[in-house]
Design a protein. Sequence first.
Lengths: 292, 313
Amino acid sequence: MRIVVASGKGGTGKTTVATSLAQVAAERDAVHFLDCDVETPDAALFLHPSLDVHREVGIRVPRVDPQACNACGTCAEICRFNAIAVVGETTLVFDDLCHGCGSCTWMCPEQAITEHLFVTGTIDSGTTPDGIAFARGLMNVGQAMGMPILRELKKRTPSPMPRSSGAPRRALEIRDAPPGASCPVVETMRGADFVLFVTEPTPFGLHDLKQVVAIAHDLGIPAGVVINRDGIGDDAVGAYCAEHDLPILLRIPMDRRIAEAIAGGRTLVEAAVDYRPKFRDLLEQILAEATV
Amino acid sequence: MKQLVILSGKGGTGKTSVTAAFAHLASLGPFAAQVILADADVDAANLELVLRPEPLDIEPFRGGPVAVIDDDRCVQCGDCESVCRFDAIVETDAGWAVDPIACEGCAACVHQCPTESIAMQEQTVGEYIYSDSCYGPLHHAHLYPGQESSGKLVTQVRQRASRQAIDEQRRLVLIDGPPGIGCPVIAAVSGADLALLVTEPTVAGIHDLRRALQTLQHFGVPALVCINKADVYPVGAREVEAYCRANRIDGVGRIPFDPAVPGAMVAGEAVTAYRPDAPASLALSDVWERVVAVLSVAAAGPRDDCDDQRRHA
């Protein structure tokens, strides 16, 4: 079971909800947590994983063997990203522009191109004190493309979880999505069984919620909504959800005590234990909605 | 002409509320009728919800081309699927098809297809909008949900905004930036004169502020920092200020948590117009004054002198 926590608008509480959901789920289930916000991943600040495994990832960029290259220019011609130029007898590659598609490698008539990894980020993984198997993608500063890192992160094969005695544990994967509504959000949602939207009851929250609801709808993934900081704005979000058959699974009222604890790096269910049963209910509702 | 971009790293720290307040404050002082506005957050464009723009011109935005398979010619060999590194060739009941969202536009499949059944086609992935708003001309855009090329659309918005500023000899382009540090952020900051980072004093806000500052440094854009909702976690606010001092970045003020801010959002107004005497509005006025002071110093700085000399030469 794969659950994505997304929002559209940033700062609505995706990571707050995803980390608390993971902690509560880990009481009974085998939980894998993927922080898919490779530009600004913050979940580790709350779940405190050991992060002892680091793997460099990136894209495969061409390397031209000057001995074999006859500067015919085929590679420069077919490259759609202007990442190769032939100047005189020299073929130049601009790694920053390359998308790693491999076209030049396959099309070179002299087979003068090999590929090497151009590192754009790392996949960091480890286990949290709650026994959650954690992984995040971390894009290097100055890079533009997070998608290759995100794709690698999703491919990460879950490490076997320690089994507790008693009932067999359910395997849950929780993905914390990036903000916005462009391709990385689609990639995070792809292959998921349920999307949990965290929004705030303001015109900004609603406007951006509509964008990501459209994506989940296109991908055919069932969805539900958490309204965070309930009470700060209006109830247009509630009306929208009712109109579009989006179940509101939890409302978290604006509470300064919670805001202060989260500011300091505690999860919602650590800061306010009365939310533990609410998050357990939330999880069971998600599992029920996802299997309808 | 100066370009000021509002950024944050972490989303939801208050970029758009600050931008809207600046647009309002600018309309009252020496910057009246001197500002062009640009919303560079094209996949969650919210500035329009506050500035109530009157669209004057809407243009479709074409993203990069994506592959399209001609079913009549396709012999179902699957070569395209085997060369695609972006998992964009998917098997359907009707045969192989391209997922246009996953397609990177590299044309690797086009080159490999033995029956020449694949062509690249441009797609409309959003729209660019030029509007008149209550605080001046606004350049903004909507990227359709799930599309890529947001960096290109951001670049278009910025180019149109700065061109208008130059044509009309306006002094400031005020840019509402996107969250994160990747492609759209790079498009939003490259060539800007100054960035104001709006952060919140939380562990996540500080973590992402650092990444945003490193990104700005990488692209050579000077930065100022203001702390929003500063009183929610004073320990964090002090940590932000210490970090800025250690890195020689000027802090330009603290904005308190204030229910007037979401109130203004619901009312569809800049908070400084909605409740001019609210604590957040007063703090924002101070922040604006300090930002203007830095922009003015920058305007009289050596770089412009050189430009002037070149122009006179």
